[in-house]
Design a protein around this ligand. Sequence first.
Ligand code: FRU
Length: 481
Amino acid sequence: DYYKEKYRPQIHFSPVENWMNDPNGLVYYKEKYHLFYQYHPYSNVWGPMHWGHAISTDLLHWQHLPIALDPDKKNGMAFSGTAVVDFHNSSGFFKDKSGLVLIYTSTLPDSAGGHQQQCIAYSQDDGLTWQKYKSNPVIKNKSKKDFRDPKVFWHQQTNKWIMVLVAGDRVEFYNSSNLREWKYLSEFGQNRGSHGGVWECPDFFPLQLKNHKYWILKVDVQQGAYAGGSGGQYFIGEFNGYDFVEINDFNQVNWLDCGQDFYAAQSWNELPENSGRKIWLAWMSNWDYANQVPTNIWKGAMSIPRYLELTKEKNIISLVQKPVKELEDLRCKEYIYKDLSVKKKGNLYFHNLKNPLEIDTAISLDENTKFDIIFEFKGNNLNLSYDNNTRQLILDRKDLSDGINSISKTKQITNLDNNNQIKLHIFIDWSSIEIFINEGKKVITALIFPEKVKLDLNFKNDGNSFLINNLKIYELESIWK
Ligand code: FRU
């Protein structure tokens, strides 16, 4: 029974077996989405890092490919990085054609000095097999303990490749015209944003808001994030090809997710221009407990792909994440309702639904609106409660945190703005829940471990009667057949 183990994600990517962490090398090339990932092919916990590899034509259904990168004797393990399409053979690896190049961090084991340096590899067969560049590393490092996770992309205006990587408490920018020789440009981040832990996995890309192009710099912190443990933050600014200058100049940290399980997000390079989309996904876990997650024979899953937009409210620009449209193709059974009223102290039940599920709802709010949406997995409940007095939306996974109960936060708390309606777009799978709140202005991503696949959905009223303006429930078909 392929992909039918207990807790096995049905609508999310996970490797057939063994350990996975960060997404790496996301690139679109010759009509295929490539997904590489940090992988330990011989164990269900973190260890010597390889790059696993899969491809898709629709961002949903994935075909597994052979391992792309192995650790090597000289430079060590293959840590996180990116992939680019070298369209005009700037690297000289491809003889008049285009080709794929991976840029990654090689890391010697701590016992051998732990050096982290930047390396490249290229493929002569559109990504199936890989050669490491013979003169690796392309950026050397002797003194910095943390120096990793290069994100590389082509920058039209300066006609150069740009690299951003993390160096402990900051990011550093480099450029190159051939992917082999790199020049240091600038740095950003000391004393900016959260430094609860070392910085990891930067991403950097432009997004359009009306007539202006802003640059988004995403950086993860390994500890001390909003929801506890590791998590992502972002900065918005301008980039001239050399320096990044932040524009939203306030001291508050822009967190990416209000849950504990959205880490090391990376966006796809080279998406078709005319699609106008920027899409990313992340590893759904947290370094506080990633190795203890109660799944086997695999460990680790990716979030659903999300597309990114900017919004501006009260002069503050912020990032919005929404599920990609492709996911609509997974809908099989649907239940659509309008204007359902839930009486004071009442319950509204939808029985015997089959996970994975998508739920899209809009609920009217007044001062006394207070409700719980309870996912009753016949024995253990997942509770999503909202109180319009405190404007807090709280996911409580206490009953469903098998194996990580004592090492994770059970409550994921989101503070919302004043509004007369709350919109929730929810994707729930055999071991995760992703809640897009108010058109993706906030998101909660959390691992959950329900014992059962069938559930009852209960809207439980703790306040005055309220009105569900819209409710759509879809049972989703598995992406693994
Ligand atoms: C982030 C990270 C990266 C590193 C990789 C190692 O989760 O710690 O900084 O490259 O994982 O697997």
